[in-house]
Design a protein around this ligand. Structure first.
Ligand SMILES: [Zn+2]
Length: 253
């Protein structure tokens, strides 16, 4: 079965993880910009982008993994003079490897975070590009409400993938036109919790991902969740929807 892991952080992972993913049936993944360093200057953020687009795509490819990229200013990665980064993002979007602006969003909902988020959403809306929205672990419900309001005011909701959905926030988002990411990661959600959510809300809007990073992570969390779905008697089509088709259609890959 071919699968897509729609949200990873390739630059934090060893070479061998890509091999494991491909052996387990993941042929495509999307690596998102994040907060790997203290972004003391905007140039550090741009070097992070350069690494994703060049080194990481190559490392994945030599293991047979198709790696695409999302670039953006993560709320924990706001450098001084972020305008320079925003300008560079809009230039880089011409590159076919870049599928979205992301991951972007709010962490503490400070005014600096909000301003950067709004700018990036407006850029994506103007250019008709997809965005990948981070939701935090701390004050999740409250910060997600603020994030949702900002999204609805600044971008066509069909361009938006909201990440790290859980029981706490799903009801606030499900009636909107967003696509929703389920992150199966030890500190976020188990395969069993993902399955319970899919049983209750259906598979139509959801995309599975590992968000594998420097936090406790499992590069095989998508195939492991698929395995549990098979054991829980999900229909083939529903399994394919959350592990490949919905991501393929949303990102046009
Ligand atoms: Zn992430």
């Amino acid at each position: 079965m071919n699968m897509i892991d729609a949200h990873i952080h390739a630059d934090t992972r060893p070479y061998e993880d890509f091999e494991k993913m491909v052996i387990s049936g993941i042929d495509t993944a999307i690596t998102c910009a994040h907060d790997p360093l203290r972004m003391s200057k905007s140039e550090v953020v741009l070097d992070h982008f350069h690494r994703l687009l060049n080194n990481e795509v190559k490392r994945a490819k030599s293991n047979g993994l198709n790696l695409f990229v999302a670039l953006g200013i993560h709320p924990r990665s706001i450098s001084p003079n972020p305008e320079l980064v925003i300008q560079k993002i809009s230039d880089l979007l011409e590159n076919d490897l870049i599928l979205a602006i992301g991951e972007i969003g709010l962490e503490t909902a400070s005014s600096a975070e909000k301003n950067i988020l709004i700018e990036q959403l407006q850029l994506a809306d103007d250019l008709n590009r997809k965005v990948i929205i981070h939701t935090p672990r701390t004050n999740k419900k409250e910060v997600t409400q603020i994030t949702k309001q900002i999204i609805l005011e600044n971008i066509d909701p069909s361009l938006v993938l909201v990440e790290h959905i859980n029981k706490e926030i799903v009801d606030d988002l499900i009636e909107h036109e967003f696509t929703m990411g389920l992150t199966i990661q030890p500190l976020k959600m188990s395969p069993k919790e993902a399955i319970d959510l899919l049983k209750e809300y259906g598979t139509e809007k959801f995309i599975l991902n590992s968000d594998m990073s420097s936090s406790p992570s499992d590069p095989l969390s998508v195939p492991k969740t698929v395995h549990q779905m098979i054991l829980s008697d999900f229909e083939k089509e529903d399994i394919d929807a959350v592990s490949r088709k919905n991501a393929s259609e949303f990102f046009n890959i």
